[in-house]
Design a protein around this ligand. Structure first.
Ligand code: ADP
Length: 456
């Protein structure tokens, strides 16, 4: 097909989706699985659609590549300010990064623009010259409620059930659904789509970990409980840890710290999430860029009374104007806060950083107690991967539990490097492991379509 064509897959020339790899011989009658010829890889489009944003990647993978850890990222990008004059960052392996802006009225228009770029000469992605070269789509879906405990192929029932979770994530799930529907419309129903849920990894928590101390009837009636988020990230770094250590999933006993704009901690025992700091919504737990994290719920009533604020305003205050931004009064960006503290001795910048680190340290302590000890602490995401200073401050004072950073190893663990940063012989080891949620979404997409088990 001519490069740049947006004609959807022609069913008569498409790959034989309904049968297995050629070496296994054709299969008939079974449920459809992803069909791949012996030599062909699968180009998976990964979509993560937020309320006004769309992140995407194209990853070339298949079961053999997953096994060999040899997946290839062909392109990635970000569309911001969907619904108005949008900003696009489009980056491919061959052609580098381009920035552009364009009016994009909705998610469908954004997905359409991204697809046009992917198949164009401009992107330089040789193996994707038409929409027929996109073989599957993996979607990040924020909330799977209690229904979805792992990744799943999307069909009409799944779409309905994701929609039923909208009440639990009114900002996120509708946006995720817009991404799914846009991809279905633009690529055609013949291209299989898979949903990968932020909540799924935490579905192994026990009731004692996920129930709040409120009337049980509220859990029964409304599903009010801890769900936890960032599950794909916690699961991914736990997988990389066990791979590095050469141990089985059941031997993984660690605390993972996802410290980005959103932040969460996860207690992983015997390879399964047993507790996590985000709760019914992503608001609970650690101090974040603009979210308050833990606070006394009575503050909500107090603010309504004393400041005359509506519930929606308070919700917005706690989600968008609190955290590092709220305390510092300056910014939610940790880099800037560190700079302000150092160069201008800004007191509130220093305070915001101190509250941030103290909260993480308290969660490490709480999870060590809840798990009866852990073998390692893992740092990931923007702050966790890139800030030796914040890692140092978090760990200072934890030497007594056997968590001791090696100053030199900590200092040089930057820019996407995987590294052990603890002292040799520390009882609790410490690592930086870069997260890659998109890669896990692409791999889950292939495994779900192939019908192979999903590793934890
Ligand atoms: P998101 O949760 O949006 O995916 P990221 O994981 O990219 O966010 O993390 C963003 C955060 O990481 C920001 O607060 C940013 O300031 C912080 N960050 C990135 N690099 C550094 C660095 N070198 N030092 C300190 N903080 C950093």
């Amino acid at each position: 097909m001519k490069r740049g064509s947006l004609v959807p897959r022609n069913p008569t020339t498409a790959r034989p989706w309904g049968c297995r790899r050629s070496r296994d011989g054709p299969r008939t009658g079974d449920r459809p699985t992803l069909a791949i010829s012996e030599e062909a890889e699968i180009n998976v489009l990964v979509l993560n659609s937020g309320s006004s944003t769309l992140r995407f990647q194209i990853i070339d993978t298949d079961l053999q590549r997953i096994e060999a850890d040899a997946d290839v990222r062909l392109a990635r990008g970000l569309v911001e300010r969907i619904g108005g004059h949008a900003l696009l960052r489009l980056e491919s392996e061959g052609k580098g990064t381009i920035h552009e802006d364009a009016p994009l009225r909705d998610h469908r228009a954004a997905v359409d623009r991204v697809l046009r770029w992917i198949v164009s000469e401009e992107s330089g992605i040789d193996s994707v010259s038409s929409l027929a070269d996109i073989h599957a789509v993996g979607h990040r879906v924020v909330h799977g409620g209690e229904r979805f405990r792992s990744s799943v192929r999307i069909d009409g029932d799944v779409l309905r059930e994701i929609e039923e979770c909208n009440g639990l994530a009114p900002l996120h799930n509708p946006a995720n659904l817009r991404g799914i529907r846009s991809a279905q419309e633009l690529l055609g129903q013949g291209v299989p789509q898979v949903a990968v849920f932020d909540t799924a990894f935490h579905s192994t928590m026990a009731p004692a970990a996920y129930l709040y101390g409120i009337p049980y009837s509220l859990y029964r009636r409304h599903g009010i409980r801890r769900y936890g988020f960032h599950g794909t990230s916690h699961r991914y770094v736990a997988y990389r840890y066990r791979q590095r250590m050469g141990i089985s999933r059941e031997e993984v006993n660690i605390i993972t710290l996802h410290l980005g704009n959103g932040c969460s901690a996860c207690a992983i025992q015997d390879g399964r999430s047993v507790d996590t700091s985000m709760g019914f919504t992503p608001l609970e737990g650690l101090l974040m860029g603009t979210r308050s994290g833990d606070l006394d719920p009575s503050i909500v009533e107090f603010l309504g009374h004393e400041e005359g604020m509506e519930l929606a305003e308070i919700d917005s205050l706690l989600n968008k104007q609190s955290g590092l931004l709220g305390v510092s009064g300056l910014t939610s960006d940790m880099r800037e806060l560190l700079r302000e503290e150092e160069e201008n001795q800004d007191r509130r910048a220093g305070l915001a950083i101190e509250i941030f680190c103290r909260r993480v340290r308290k969660y490490i302590g709480a999870y060590l107690a809840a798990m009866g000890g852990a073998d390692a602490v893992i740092f990931t995401a923007g702050i966790g991967e890139n800030s030796p200073e914040i890692r140092r401050r978090i760990c200072t004072g934890l030497e007594w539990i056997g968590l001791e950073l090696d100053p030199v190893r900590n200092e040089v663990a930057l820019n996407g490097a995987t590294a052990e940063i603890g002292r040799d012989g520390s009882r609790v080891r410490a690592f930086v492991i870069p997260t890659d949620e998109e890669l896990l979404i692409a791999r889950d997409t292939v495994r779900v379509l192939e019908g192979t088990p999903l590793p934890g």
